[in-house]
Write a protein that binds this ligand. Structure first.
Ligand code: FES
Length: 340
C-alpha cells in the first residue's frame, strides 16, 4: 500500500509524493526526483532532519542520539533517511524547494466558466488538462499567469483536491490585471497556465474544535478545507464566520449552506461591515466570535483575510487572554495571498 507524503518546503512550495509500504521517505523522494537534504543516509549526521506535522510513522532505532535526540523525536522531528510512514504524512522540509532541485510545477487548463458574482467577486472555474497531476493540500494556492502576459497572481483553490475542475474566488480589483482580463476578455476554452501548489496554510489533522474566519475572498481556502471535511466527516465542532465589507461581497452562500448540511457539527454566520447594510449581522468577524466558539483556547483557528483583519483577530484574542492551540492564517493583499 502506498501512502501520500506532502513535502512542504521552506519557500511554501509543496509536492505530494507516493511512498511505498516499508519505504523510507528519503528514498521515496529520490524515486520521485526530489533530492531532500542528506549526507550519510545512515542516521548519523542529522542532515536530513525535518518536522513531521501530521501522520504516523516508524522512526526506526538505527540512528544515533546526535542525529536526533529523544526530545526532538518527541516534538515530531524525524530523520527522513530512517522514517518509514504508516499513514499519509505532511512533512515540513527546512530548506527552499530549489535546494532540492525542484522545478516549479506547471499545469495547464482551459477556462470552463467565469461568473461575475457581484461587482467585487468573480468565480473562475478551470477544466484541468491533467487533474491527476495536480496534488495539493486543502487551503493552498497557485500562481495563475494572466494570459497574454508574463505576470502571475496568486489565488487559493476554493475547490477540493482531486477534483476534475479547479475553482478560485477572485476579487474584482479596479484596474487589476487578472480581474480585468476575466471581466473583459476571457471566454470558455481559453488556455491558462499556473504553477504550484504553494503555501503553509492548509488543513491539519482535526483534533479539537475548529474556528474558521474568512474575510472577503479569503473564503476560498476555507471552502476547500470544508469540502474535504464534509467528505471525510468529523465529530469536532466547526464554526465559520465569513465577514465582508458590503452586501454584494457575500458570495457562495448556497454552497456554504450545502456544506453545513453535510457537516452536522458545523455552524456558520456571515457579517457585513458596511453600516448601511440591511444584513442581520453587522460589523467585523471579531464582533461575532463568542467564548463558546473559542472553547477557552482549546480550538484551532484558521483565518484567511487582509492583513488588518489578521491583526485585529490577534489583538482580539490577546485582549481576551485566549491563546488557541493553533492559529493558522494567510494574509492576502489586493490581488494575491502573502504566505504566512
Ligand atoms: Fe544523515 Fe539522515 S542523512 S542522518
Amino acid at each position: 500500500m502506498a501512502f501520500r507524503i506532502a513535502l512542504n518546503f521552506e519557500d511554501g512550495a509543496t509536492r505530494i509524493i507516493d511512498c511505498n509500504d516499508g519505504e523510507k521517505v528519503l528514498n521515496a523522494a529520490y524515486r520521485n526526483k526530489i533530492n531532500l537534504p542528506m549526507d550519510c543516509s545512515d542516521g548519523v549526521c542529522g542532515t536530513c532532519k525535518c518536522r513531521c506535522e501530521q501522520g504516523s510513522y516508524d522512526q526506526g532505532d538505527e540512528y544515533i542520539e546526535d542525529a536526533l535526540s529523544e526530545d526532538e523525536a518527541a516534538e515530531g522531528m524525524v530523520l527522513t533517511c530512517q522514517m518509514v510512514p504508516s499513514s499519509d504524512c505532511v512533512i515540513q522540509v527546512p530548506v527552499p524547494s530549489s535546494a532540492c532541485k525542484l522545478k516549479p510545477a506547471g499545469h495547464e487548463a482551459a477556462v470552463a466558466s467565469v461568473e461575475l458574482m457581484s461587482d467585487s467577486t468573480i468565480i473562475l472555474t478551470l477544466d484541468l488538462d491533467t487533474p491527476e497531476a495536480l496534488a495539493f493540500l486543502p487551503g493552498q494556492y497557485v500562481n495563475l499567469t494572466v494570459p497574454g502576459t508574463s505576470e502571475s497572481r496568486a489565488y487559493s483553490f476554493s475547490s477540493k483536491p482531486g477534483a476534475e475542475q479547479a475553482s478560485f474566488l477572485i476579487r474584482n480589483v479596479p484596474g487589476g490585471l487578472m480581474s480585468g482580463w476575466l471581466s473583459d476578455q476571457a471566454k470558455g476554452g481559453d488556455r491558462m497556465r499556473f504553477a504550484g501548489p504553494n503555501g503553509s496554510f492548509f488543513l491539519r489533522q482535526v483534533e479539537r474544535p475548529l474556528v474558521m474566519l474568512a474575510g472577503g475572498t479569503g473564503l476560498a481556502p476555507l471552502l476547500s478545507m470544508l469540502e474535504i471535511l464534509a467528505d471525510r466527516g468529523t465529530d469536532q465542532p466547526i464554526h465559520l464566520i465569513y465577514g465582508v465589507t458590503h452586501d454584494g461581497d457575500l458570495v457562495e452562500v448556497d454552497r456554504i449552506n450545502a456544506l453545513a448540511a453535510r457537516l452536522p457539527t458545523m455552524t456558520w454566520a456571515s457579517c457585513v461591515a458596511d453600516e448601511a447594510s440591511a444584513h442581520p449581522l453587522k460589523g467585523y468577524v471579531t464582533h461575532h466570535l463568542s467564548d463558546d466558539h473559542l472553547n477557552a483556547g482549546d480550538c484551532d483557528v484558521y483565518l484567511c483575510g487582509p492583513p488588518p483583519m489578521v491583526e485585529a483577530v490577534r489583538l482580539f484574542l490577546k485582549d481576551k487572554g485566549v491563546e488557541p492551540a493553533h492559529f493558522y492564517y494567510e494574509k492576502f493583499a489586493a490581488s494575491e495571498p502573502v504566505p504566512a
